[in-house]
Design a protein around this ligand. Structure first.
Ligand SMILES: [Zn+2]
Ligand SMILES: [Zn+2]
Length: 183
């Protein structure tokens, strides 16, 4: 759906608030002793986000009912603010990254969910930037922009936004371009 800026950018209220709550939950009970588990869980959550992001984009955004129609409209009008409301997206991220773990490993759950939310926020920033910022060669997001603009053109390659790593792992990195070169 088309969204107003409040719904589209609401992540930047929700994510910092959720990070503060998760840090409180992790450190209030154990203090600094929670640090190693919290920080390694945070790294794991961030990496898990990049993998989730790849498959969400490749499978759900390109093939699932409703989501694929929404995403197709984004492909057609990349600069319009189209997507699910950020409060809903943040809720989904927290649901899969926090709820499965919090009952038996609360510090891990808080760190893992924080890493996933940071990954989600990075995805929102990088994706918005690739379509709206002026990004010239040499800019730190130039490779990300080229990869994602390539995805808009080709549609069946370069699904990763935060990183192109999983495209290389799963064989979707700039596939058509390679095929054309081989032909
Ligand atoms: Zn896009
Ligand atoms: Zn797409």
């Amino acid at each position: 759906m088309h969204m107003n800026k409040f719904l589209y950018f609401g992540d930047f209220l929700v994510v910092p608030a959720a990070l503060a709550v998760f840090a409180y939950l992790a450190f209030a009970a154990q203090g600094g002793a929670a640090g190693p588990v919290y920080s390694s869980a945070l790294c794991a959550g961030f990496i898990a986000w990049t993998l989730a992001e790849y498959w969400i984009h490749r499978v759900l955004y390109h093939h699932a009912p409703w989501l694929s129609e929404l995403h197709e409209r984004h492909h057609e009008a990349p600069r319009d603010l189209i997507g699910a409301p950020s409060f809903l997206s943040c809720g989904v991220v927290i649901a899969w990254s926090y709820l499965p773990f919090f009952a038996f490993a609360p510090v891990f759950a808080a760190g893992f969910a924080s890493g996933a939310l940071i990954g989600y926020a990075a995805y929102m920033v990088v994706h918005y930037a690739t379509h709206h910022w002026r990004i010239e060669p040499g800019h730190w997001l130039y490779a990300s922009r080229m990869r994602h603009i390539g995805h808009h053109v080709r549609g069946d390659a370069d699904f990763g936004i935060v990183t192109g790593f999983w495209d290389r792992v799963f064989g979707t990195a700039g596939r058509r371009r390679v095929q054309r070169q081989e032909a």
